[in-house]
Design a protein around this ligand. Structure first.
Ligand SMILES: Cc1cc2nc3c(=O)[nH]c(=O)nc-3n(C[C@H](O)[C@H](O)[C@H](O)COP(=O)(O)OP(=O)(O)OC[C@H]3O[C@@H](n4cnc5c(N)ncnc54)[C@H](O)[C@@H]3O)c2cc1C
Length: 483
């Protein structure tokens, strides 16, 4: 046992320090199964004091580390390649709920849906709802600036974080934002949200809670072509009605869902479906629903179903929220990709994605937040076939290039992590990337917090030369990537 391991055990208890390869296997991947990186150690603090003591110890040893919430990330962001993994799932207490000011204080490992459950007694909920909300944590959501189906109307994580307590890599505890919700001085909270664990670790978060709507209507519109569904999307947005959610699924996705235990009654012969939800005051909601139905039919919808009760509504949502899981039955590996394009460019980009899929002999399943122009082209594939893996890699790069060429971005909501670093130069100049490194250095001058992620420039990777990292890394680094 190394001195570091022993001292970590003194802080959290030795059963919460893992060093064996078998034990670490569960932490060698996140939600993107094509990557495997073994941490040198995994440590699981159970309280704020333990987390602070652990980070201070790592600062003393000058050891790199990576925070991990639930490991549902889809960009390889929580992988710790020979570094220490800080697994935060034991820090899962909702510390307080203030229904008058509509805020909650939580530990970083609180599961997103558990927060909504805790707030429901007050007629409140936590609005950002990634489709992984049954598992992902608030700390991970903050780090990724996570979105979700309802972020079209309610905004992404950044819009719901009021204040954070974070521990910087040097062991200093700092407060960002303020409980009053006002920014004092530079908006460092804004910089921290979405920094993918590269600026430090969230120790505690104060987040906004949103009143439950008085009324909700959920609709499923069935289209004979993707183009018709995309036209309906633009028409709905053009009315000025802001749906709570506006999601599209194409035929391969519908078929995968309907063949799985998550079957939601979607029409398997539809080229695409839109799942549309509106919410707000009861007065007028049926008129809005009727207007949306008309717009869908005008765009070519064959059927528009309005959920008759809560059970049917939840069933329609289950198919969408479990779509990635449903694709897991099709093949051993799945790339879940994430990019944004201006909403008006959706039809042409979807046609281009289909063309790339055909040329690379791959099935691309699209399930995405159409209202935001946030695409998720997903490719089920056999990761044990090097030829197929190479085609997946090439297809992804071509899709990303097409999205950037259309005025979009290489990330919508899943972050850059390890997976999309090589795409960063498609969007950013050397000077911009260097500026990102300089911002990072404000928080983490030694680049020990989630090293080797997000910015693909040499100057951000020098951590690998730090003596402590080399000693740790020599122990168990394993690298394998798709492609
Ligand atoms: C089925 C499925 C559906 C999904 N749907 C969506 C969706 O609709 N919208 C969306 O945005 N994402 C979605 N995701 C992606 C993922 O769930 C989100 O990115 C989520 O925010 C990750 O949370 P996590 O707790 O699992 O974080 P992890 O995967 O454990 O970590 C993600 C990143 O956060 C960092 N991190 C974790 N905790 C902390 C902390 N306390 N302090 C600092 N950094 C930290 C890690 O280092 C890593 O870089 C989906 C994933 C799956 C598997």
């Amino acid at each position: 046992m190394t001195p570091l391991e022993r001292e970590l055990g003194d802080i959290v208890g030795s059963r919460y320090v893992l060093a064996g390869r078998g034990e670490l296997l569960a932490y060698a991947s996140d939600g993107l199964p094509g990557y495997h990186r073994f941490p040198a150690l995994a440590v699981m603090p159970g309280s704020r004091d333990e987390l602070v003591a652990v980070v201070r110890l790592l600062a003393r040893y000058r050891v790199p580390y990576v925070a991990r919430g639930a490991g549902t990330g889809l960009s390889g962001g929580a992988l710790a390649d020979g570094a220490v993994l800080l697994a935060l799932h034991r820090m899962r207490r909702v510390l307080s709920i203030d229904p008058v000011n509509r805020v909650a204080r939580v530990e970083p490992g609180v599961v997103n849906m558990h927060l909504t459950r805790a707030a429901s007694a007050h007629g409140l909920h936590y609005a950002p709802d990634p489709s992984s909300q049954a598992a992902c944590t608030i700390g991970g959501n903050v780090a990724e600036n996570a979105g979700g189906p309802h972020c079209l109307k309610y905004g992404v994580t950044l819009n719901h974080v009021v204040a954070l307590t974070v521990i910087l890599p040097n062991g200093e505890l700092v407060s960002l934002g303020s409980d009053a919700g006002e920014v004092e001085g530079y908006d460092l909270l804004g910089a921290f949200v979405g920094s993918e664990g590269c600026f430090g670790v969230v120790v505690e978060a104060t987040v906004r809670l949103t009143p439950d709507p008085e009324a909700v209507r959920t609709m499923l519109a069935d289209f004979p072509s993707i183009d018709a569904a995309a036209r309906a999307t633009s028409a709905i947005i053009a009315t000025g009605i802001v749906p709570a959610a506006l999601e599209m699924m194409d035929q391969p996705t519908i078929r995968a869902v309907e063949a799985s235990i998550y079957a939601a009654g979607y029409p398997v012969d539809a080229a695409a479906v839109l799942l549309i939800e509106i919410d707000g005051l009861a007065a007028g909601i049926d008129a809005d629903a009727a207007r949306i139905e008309r717009l869908c039919r005008d765009a070519g919808a064959r059927e528009v179903l309005i959920a008759g009760d809560e059970a049917q509504r939840l069933r329609l949502w289950q198919g969408r929220k479990k779509a990635f899981g449903a694709m897991g039955r099709i093949s051993s590996h799945l790339v879940v990709q994430d990019a944004v394009v201006p909403r008006t460019r959706l039809p042409e980009i979807l046609a281009e994605i289909a063309r790339i899929g055909d040329e690379e002999r791959l099935t691309v399943c699209n399930v995405f937040h159409a209202g935001d122009g946030n695409l998720h082209p997903n490719i089920p594939y056999n990761g044990n076939d090097p030829g197929e893996s190479a085609r997946v890699h090439r297809a992804m790069r071509r899709i990303m290039q097409a999205c950037v060429d259309a005025g979009g971005s290489v990330t919508g909501e899943h972050g850059i992590g390890l997976d999309k670093m090589d795409y960063m130069p498609l969007m950013f100049s050397e000077a911009s990337l260097a500026a990102m490194c300089r911002l990072r250095e404000v928080f983490d001058p030694e680049r020990r917090s989630n090293p080797g992620k997000v910015v693909p420039v040499r100057s951000c990777r020098e951590w690998a030369m730090a003596p402590a990292a080399r000693e740790l890394g020599g122990k168990s680094i394993q690298a394998e990537t798709h492609g």
